[in-house]
Write a protein of this length. Structure first.
Length: 114
C-alpha cells in the first residue's frame, strides 16, 4: 500500500477498539503520542490510503464502521483541524462504497457529529 510508516499509521486508524466497542473518544494525548511515535499523516496521504481500503465485510458490524469514521475525525481534529471537512468528505465517500448494504447519510452525519 505504501511505506511502513503509512501502514503503521493506517493500522492506528483501523485499530479503534475503543470506538468500535464503546464509542468513546480517545483523548488527544493518546493521538499526539501516536503522531510523535509514527510521524504525521497528511490529508493527501490519508486519501490515498483510504482509496485502497475496501469497505467490505470487515466493516459489516456497525462498531467497526464507527471505529473507522471516528478514528479519522479524532486524528485530524488534532493534527489538521482546518481540513476536517475535506477528511469528512473522504471518509463519507469511502462509506458510500460499502459492499454489504446501502450507505445511510443520516447515520454517517450522526456518527461524524459525535
Amino acid at each position: 500500500m505504501g511505506n511502513a510508516r503509512d501502514d503503521r499509521l493506517f493500522r492506528l486508524v483501523l485499530d479503534r477498539h475503543g470506538a468500535a466497542q464503546d464509542h468513546e473518544r480517545r483523548d488527544s494525548g493518546e493521538i499526539e503520542d501516536q503522531v510523535l511515535e509514527h510521524g504525521r499523516i497528511e490529508v493527501e496521504t490519508f486519501r490515498e490510503i483510504v482509496a485502497h481500503v475496501e469497505n467490505d465485510e470487515r466493516f459489516d458490524e456497525v462498531g467497526d464502521w464507527i471505529g473507522m469514521v471516528r478514528a479519522a475525525k479524532e486524528y485530524f481534529e488534532i493534527v489538521d483541524p482546518d481540513r476536517l471537512e475535506e477528511v469528512r468528505e473522504i471518509v463519507e465517500a469511502w462509506s458510500e462504497t460499502w459492499t454489504g448494504g446501502d450507505h445511510d447519510p443520516d447515520k454517517f452525519n450522526e456518527v461524524w457529529g459525535r
